[in-house]
Design a protein around this ligand. Sequence first.
Ligand code: Q9C
Ligand code: ZN
Length: 354
Amino acid sequence: MRWYFSPKHLLHDPDREVRAGTPTPGYEVARRAEIIAAELSRDEELHRGEVRAYDRRVIDQVHDPRMVDWLEEAWAECRPFSEHREIIPDVYRHAGLSVPGTAGREPLQKPLARLGFYSFDSMTPIVEGTYEASRSAVDVALSALEHALETGGVAYGLCRPPGHHAASAMIGGYCYFNNAAVTAAEMARRLGGPVAIVDVDYHHGNGTQSIFYDRDDVFYASLHGAPARAFPYYLGYRDESGQGAGHGWNHNVELERAVADEEYLYLLARVIEVVHAKNVVGVVISLGVDTYMNDPISDLALSKAAYFPAGRLFRELALPTVVVQEGGYDQVDLGVNVRSFLRGVGGLDAAGPV
Ligand code: Q9C
Ligand code: ZN
């Protein structure tokens, strides 16, 4: 199996995020990706492929081009207003700040108001290199897609920053461009048939859900901490099943706290059956390993032993598959958990070379 990784992720290096009003060091750090890359480099059965640069038009297929323009300019235009390296919003476009027909009004003259227009939380800072790093994460995912389409097999994009909380015109949850959504939309277009995104990150992928909510070319299925207690709180409920042409094309499974291996694998197998019944022709996996028992910001209880069988369950589908990295914040076992999942989905044996 091939994996893809770009050192440009290092350009996104905020020192802090704001939680409960307090600046804190932040969990989504550059070291995460370096840890995963180091672990995969040790595995002789996983081969690193060449990352290509893709045209912005691929991103514009799922993101509002005005947001893409904005993200490119955001740091420079907000820079004079921040005392730090990061820009963090202080006013947000809450749903209550619009009446029908006004939700699209972008305050072009005020950089911080524009920042709040496109952001939904204070944990997703913008630094000088955020745009370039985010573009590179999309390049990584699309390079993996290219390989999966060429071989009909599996490829992994070690994307950073992650993407599944980013919607068409909204950043948040450490996410800027939705790598999985861009990849799935392009995969569906190239294959000429519907594809599925299976999101196994601890958090609900609100951005991915929103992007495809009224579409029947991408089926979105997610298992995640129930939003009544888990970020992003306002989406991810089981009754959100899609609308219009997309009705029946969204599937949320809410997990209680402390769900462990056996129950998780049972529920994931059922989700994969649902995907199978959709007759999709390709799969994108949003892989977050923040389901791990030692994850510092999550409350599930998966052990290291869960990730290999979790990956292997996807082999049942026997479809071109792109795995993209989302969350996972335990820096001790992050790398081994990702590697185990990849060996599972890649059809390699459990142990593997050291
Ligand atoms: N007390 C991803 O895993 N903060 N994003 C949660 C919990 C934000 C996670 C606060 C979590 C975002 C890609
Ligand atoms: Zn997550």
